[in-house]
Design a protein. Structure first.
Length: 218
């Protein structure tokens, strides 16, 4: 079986300035990979490339053994990103979590929304009808994660998922990610400065510095 991702001399440039250079990297299906490094090291850029939200300036990117050309829209069904400030739609919790399923025309929305909310530690009976305005910061982050988990992607990408969260919400997110991998085999690629939290989640980590891959723990 081919790796989930294979990167070969991937580079990204903004306004002519190189911000990322990854000579080689492979991520296995179902792997839990941590990205470390200071702010501005290229972690978020790498996550956006892996989420097919932007195309690299040069190099070869493969997903499940097939080359990826550009920011490939169809592949966004299989790799989803939870960024540092996730956006919630101005609707109920159910409407937020079910949105991706509705866009894709998938059924069993109520059952799958309830399952996703339970994964992130939010009781469906209490939360499905709640407005996005009535959520705390930690609850909103967990709803945003549930909206990704409900899609059962092959790759779940997270950018500082515990930033500014209370300890309970951070623990709930950790457990949800563990369960998602256990149930659906999705790969989890996470950038975080929260070292103890990250170490409790990952199988392996890589380090970026000034856009360059400087550490690759196996």
């Amino acid at each position: 079986m081919p790796p989930l991702y294979r990167l070969d001399h991937i580079a990204q440039r903004y306004a002519g300035r190189e911000v990322l250079q990854v000579p080689a990297l492979q991520v296995a299906a179902g792997e839990r990979l941590g990205l470390t490094g200071p702010n501005g090291s290229g972690k978020s850029t790498l996550l956006r490339i892996l989420g097919f939200l932007e195309a690299p300036a040069s190099g070869r990117l493969e997903f499940l053994g097939r080359p990826v050309s550009g920011a490939a829209w169809p592949l966004r069904r299989q790799a989803v990103l939870l960024d540092q400030s996730p956006y919630l739609l101005r609707r109920s919790v159910f409407g937020n979590v079910a949105y991706g399923l509705a866009v894709r025309g998938e059924g069993e929305q109520r059952r799958r929304v309830a399952e996703a909310l339970e994964l992130v530690g939010l009781e469906p009976d209490r939360f499905v009808g709640r407005s996005w305005r009535a959520l705390s910061g930690g609850e909103a982050r967990r709803v945003a994660l549930a909206a990704r988990l409900v899609l059962r992607p092959k790759a779940l990408l997270l950018d500082e998922p515990t930033a500014n969260l209370d300890a309970e919400s951070a623990a709930r997110i950790l457990e949800a990610l563990r369960l998602a991998r256990e149930r659906w085999g999705c790969a989890i690629i996470t950038a975080s400065h929260d070292d103890p939290w990250l170490e409790a989640l990952i199988d392996r980590k890589i380090k970026l510095l000034h856009g360059h891959l400087v550490g690759n723990d196996t």
